[in-house]
Design a protein around this ligand. Structure first.
Ligand code: APR
Length: 246
């Protein structure tokens, strides 16, 4: 892919780079996205699975759904898109990943500064005493597990619909976005707020905004540069471009 000169110039001078990622970056690892033709929300109803009321109504069902998704994620591996981001860490002063994904693949790829806005599917906590459990510490038998300390229900550490993103994580992510020279928006429909405010904040504070997606999105018309294609292909090409002038 031939990149435009403006973008190449930005790559040459940028110090701080942010990757704002969504489900699309993990699609090539075999993790389904939420929207789109094969999206999870086409087959399942968010209101029955991804909110606190649903959990209290039917914790076993919600656990079954998360066990189904954990299995997919555990069998998946980081793809060339995740890995290219890690490599780019060698060429800029500061590289951060602000992700809406809960699949842990950025961490498993080796990214260092990962801000998980919507939680992590392998982490869980007791809704009564807030004790934290990794999934591998729990015995999941088809029933929602109970806290070993207080007997309370354990839930996945996922930010469900209607719940706030933890303030400390969001503030830190906002600061990174505002201070970035380039902000890549990768594999997200960028419509779920407040997460979707991240690219807007970055651009308002002067970042060069680059979108990577297999199709145009609602933000394509106001980004600085829109790259249409798979992130697992385009990100390694950007890495090769960066290496060509180092
Ligand atoms: N490369 C790049 N982009 C891709 C690829 C790919 N290989 N495959 C799919 N995409 C794009 C789609 O075109 C779409 O724009 O990824 C995007 C996925 O969008 P969503 O399914 O809406 O996922 P996301 O934006 O992460 O959703 C945000 O919504 O349901 C909530 O909490 C959930 O974190 C999630 C949030």
């Amino acid at each position: 892919m031939k990149f435009n000169q403006d973008f190449i110039d930005k790559l040459k001078t940028a110090k701080s780079v942010v990757f704002f990622t969504g489900a699309g970056i993990s699609a090539e690892s075999g993790v389904p996205t939420f929207r789109g033709k094969e999206g999870l929300w086409k087959k399942f109803k968010p209101q029955e699975l991804a909110n606190f009321d649903a959990f209290i109504r039917n914790p076993d069902l919600v656990w079954e759904w998360y066990q189904y998704r954990r299995k997919i994620v555990e069998e998946a591996n980081p793809n060339p898109g995740h890995l290219a981001i890690v490599e780019m860490g060698k060429y800029f002063e500061d590289v951060s990943v602000i992700t809406q994904n809960v699949d842990d693949l950025h961490n498993r790829a080796g990214s260092k500064n990962v801000y998980e806005l919507h939680g992590n599917i392998e982490r869980n906590y007791c809704i009564d005493c807030e004790a934290i459990y990794n999934t591998n510490e729990l015995e999941v038998t088809g029933k929602a597990p109970r806290c070993k300390k207080c007997g309370g229900l354990i839930r996945p550490d996922i930010v469900w619909f209607g719940e706030p993103i933890p303030q400390s994580i969001f503030s830190a992510a906002e600061l990174k976005a505002k201070n970035s020279d380039i902000c890549f928006v990768v594999g997200t429909t960028a419509i779920i707020y407040p997460a979707a405010s991240i690219p807007r904040l970055a651009k308002e504070d002067g970042a060069y905004l680059v979108e990577i997606n297999i199709e145009p999105t609602e933000i394509s018309h106001w980004v600085d540069y829109s790259l249409i294609g798979k992130s697992g292909e385009i990100l390694p090409e950007i890495l090769a471009e960066i290496r060509s002038f180092h």
